[in-house]
Design a protein around this ligand. Structure first.
Ligand code: ADP
Length: 471
């Protein structure tokens, strides 16, 4: 069984969110089960080809889209330690820029539809020309949502799996955009209630199997929570082929015992380094250096659904109760302003880094006491999994993957703090409960031990994907 995994982002080469983490680690975890695994992803301008030893394969091609022809060249990763192949699609006019989906100011590129139509048409070209063999094509999110339908328009017998990493992003495109797609598929597209098309829904409709990244989120989607009427119809007709598999994490990259970005290493048996990392984090972010006060950490795209409207309303109150906060994230300018103001109002108590900062993300995981992740909805969530591994206690809303992976503290049981419903008072109570338990060194230590004993490596989930592929 030869698997091709298609993703618009893949860590460590390009990353905007959790999709990159999955595309960077799941293919490797699948190689023991399959004859070959190949990831295909764009070669963005931000990818350092020299550092990663990415070289041109010599294969080239072109795609006609409407009036225009775009040329591509294939490149591949040369890494003796990698077991999965990684192929990059180079096309400077479409992918040569720095950003993945957005300009430096956070605005999406105007030609994203063209960019990801092109991406999918190149994948199809590579498969039909036999450059890469695929018995199975695993597509991810809307950037790859047209591939199942595109494949049906060929002689290939490749089967398709489509994974929804976030149902919020549909990749809507217009009737006019269809001029850039082959006629053979356009007649099979389904119009949404807004008289446009959704690449995400096309992926769900036309793939052989659909998955999402946790059983909890699968249930919410099927029940129609946060789902419009048209999407609900499409999801209902996919029920027979729809399941949820929780994401795993790359346990060698996110490993407190040898994290390349943290100054001190530690394990559940030898936890002292965690406190040293806390001090390093406080110093690095300009927070008061008393390590006794509870420190809440947050690493997130700054978007409404990650819970920021609730968080910002509680900052004054919890600073007054002695807590400190460190935020890392970029995105929505309104949330950015709110966090900047909070930092100015409470110097030494609240720190905010408005960038994308991989080393700081690791230090926040290692140095915080509590990881604050009160998302309104969360397909899977990865940071709560990294937090468990780093003994940083997650505080989460009971939704999607958060509810599946964190269990609520109950004396001698539980790995974090879980609240519901998604309301200010519920979050306030959970934060107060957290501070209460934090005061008891014994209880907090055993909570850390239980969190660190959790196993979210890919082993279990990769097996589930393999069984699905076999079926
Ligand atoms: P989502 O995919 O919705 O953004 P996830 O929790 O699944 O949320 O994954 C987010 C990933 O992106 C995590 O690996 C997180 O550490 C990382 N991340 C998000 N924002 C930043 C940032 N500003 N700097 C560094 N890493 C970030």
């Amino acid at each position: 069984m030869n698997l091709v995994f298609v993703s618009a982002e893949a860590a460590p080469f390009s990353k905007a969110g959790g999709l990159a983490d999955v595309a960077g680690s799941l293919p490797e975890a699948l190689t023991p089960y399959l004859d070959s695994v190949t990831t295909i992803t764009p070669l963005y301008g931000q990818i350092d080809t020299e550092k990663h030893n990415i070289l041109a394969t010599g294969e080239r091609g072109h795609i006609d889209m409407g009036e225009e022809t775009f040329h591509y060249a294939l490149h591949q990763l040369n890494d003796p330690d990698a077991t999965a192949h990684v192929i990059f699609i180079e096309c400077a006019p479409l992918f040569g820029r720095q950003g993945i989906y957005t300009k430096a100011n956070g605005e999406g590129f105007d030609d994203n539809n063209i960019r990801y139509f092109f991406f999918q048409l190149v994948v199809l070209d590579v498969l039909t020309r036999g450059i890469v063999k695929a018995d199975l094509l695993h597509c991810n999110d809307h950037h790859t949502g047209l591939l199942p339908l595109l494949l049906k328009d060929t002689d290939l017998s490749t089967r398709t799996v489509f994974t929804i990493h976030n149902f919020l992003y549909h990749g809507h495109f217009s009737v006019a955009d269809c001029a850039n797609l082959p006629d053979g598929i356009v007649k099979h597209l389904t119009r949404t209630q807004w008289d446009n098309f959704s690449a995400l829904l096309e992926g769900i409709d036309h793939s052989d199997v659909v998955t999402t990244v946790s059983p909890g989120y699968a249930k919410e989607l099927i029940e129609g929570i946060n789902v419009d009427a048209h999407s609900h119809t499409i999801l209902q007709r996919a029920i027979h082929k729809f399941s949820g598999i929780v994401n795993g994490i790359d346990t060698s990259y996110w490993n407190p015992e040898k994290d390349q970005y943290t100054p001190h290493h530690y394990s559940a048996e030898n936890i002292h380094g965690k406190m040293d990392n806390k001090l390093a984090l406080l110093k690095e972010t300009g927070l008061d250096a008393d390590t006794d006060a509870p420190l809440f950490g947050s690493i997130s795209r700054l978007v409404e659904n990650k819970g920021f409207p609730l968080i910002v309303d509680l900052l004054d109150e919890f600073v007054a109760l002695g807590a400190k906060f460190v935020f890392l994230g970029s995105g929505d300018p309104v949330i950015t302003d709110q966090l900047q103001s909070a930092q100015q109002k409470h110097p030494g108590r609240i720190a905010f880094d408005a960038g994308f900062n991989e080393p700081l993300a690791h230090l926040i995981e290692a140095g915080s006491d509590i990881f604050l992740m009160p998302s309104r909805f969360e397909p899977c969530g990865l940071n709560q999994l990294y937090s468990l591994r780093y003994g940083t206690i997650p505080l989460v809303n009971r939704t999607g993957g958060l509810g599946d992976t964190v269990s609520d503290y109950k004396g001698n049981d539980g790995t974090g703090f879980v609240f519901e419903p998604y309301e200010l008072d519920a979050l306030r109570n959970a934060m107060k409960r957290t501070l209460q338990v934090f005061k008891s060194e014994d209880q907090w230590s055993s909570l850390i031990q239980r969190a660190m004993a959790e196993d979210f490596s890919w082993d279990q989930s990769a097996k589930q994907y393999y069984n699905l592929y076999k079926s």
